[in-house]
Design a protein around this ligand. Sequence first.
Ligand SMILES: [Mg+2]
Length: 432
Amino acid sequence: MPKPALMRRMPQIAHVDVNCFYASAERAFDPSLEGRPLVVLSNNDGCAVTRSPEAKALGIATGDPWFKLAPRAREWGLVAKSSNYELYGDISSRVMELLGRYSAWLEVYSIDEAFLGVKGGPGELLALGRRMKEAVRRNVGVPVCVGIAPTKTLAKLCNKWAKNNPVFGGVCLWELVPADVREALMARLPADEVWGIAGRLMKRLNALGIFTVLDLVRADPVAIRDKFSVVLMRTVLELRGTPCIPMEEERIGRDQLIFSRSFATPVTTAGGLREVLSIYGQQASARLSKHGLQAKVLTVFAATSPFRDHEQHHPSVCVSLPMPTADPLLLTKAAHALLPSIRDGLKYAKAGLMLTDLRPTANQPPLEIFENRHEERGIGPLLEEVSLRFGRGSIGLGHAGIRSGLDWTMKREMRSPRYTTHWDELPLVKAA
Ligand SMILES: [Mg+2]
């Protein structure tokens, strides 16, 4: 065991994750949903993608089609909401911006999850975790759990424990969990509950006698590498407390694409960041096209250099695109929405884009008038160059300003208002 003084100096990783994110975002603006079974539906009101704990308790599974649930909804008191990605993207921005105040080292991992680099003794870290949890609840209105550990994999595991065991009060610090309790908790959890272990590996793991997380921790990392991969070996090492998973910068998930990069040298002006975001817009567009996807909502964020002697700033903005698109120009233009928040003179070290409300390209044939005729014709870089030389607004796209043009093509009969991003949908407060 390292001496306590040494341990204090070891950096730790906090994993912050919103509980049942989409359902919690809905509840933040509609308290009548609190305590009721609630599902959020996929595009076109197809099937349940998020379930509140009450809906889970009814036996509703992710992917259950709404037409099968609807006949019993009244009897169950079940509420369904159409997906409202604009609301979720904006809530996500607010959570991330708030978390950025607690650590200079912030990795936005998904729409509702972030890793933060944190330092301190166990008491300080526990207090920090509780402060973050309370601040997100109070200032944004959604519940989060926090796991803090020496590695990302353990931080994710601690977060899971925090969610599933009320005794932790929503914040679980690895260092403070006694060894026998850790083992008992690990022995209870199937191995594929560990971050990065796909369910399809389970059969092969079972054949080696590995069923639970505890079995995995006790497995020989080298044998794991030889039988599986170096990736799985890293997971085992991380579970044993050796950090080996670096920051990820690009990821495509079930319902989002994240694209972020650290800069070789800090960017200190809005103009500089404008160029960076233009490049990212085009690169994100290429990723979407590669996967045959289009996005409807874009979240843009930036972060200052993680050195503590610099002023910290983590601006983030959510933009609803006028139509589902993978178009580099539209994505670039949308990404520029972050620029007014950039403070000249600060040292920005990282920026990123998160695309949500993804859908297959083929399913969304645009009306002819909305087609992006300039797509794939190299007009993006040209426009960028012209506007860099002659100023913003000197050249632009005719239809880029159309507001929510194609929203009606998507069936969203039960969508809540976009409380935070549309003036005409603001929540009303009635004074008695
Ligand atoms: Mg979550």
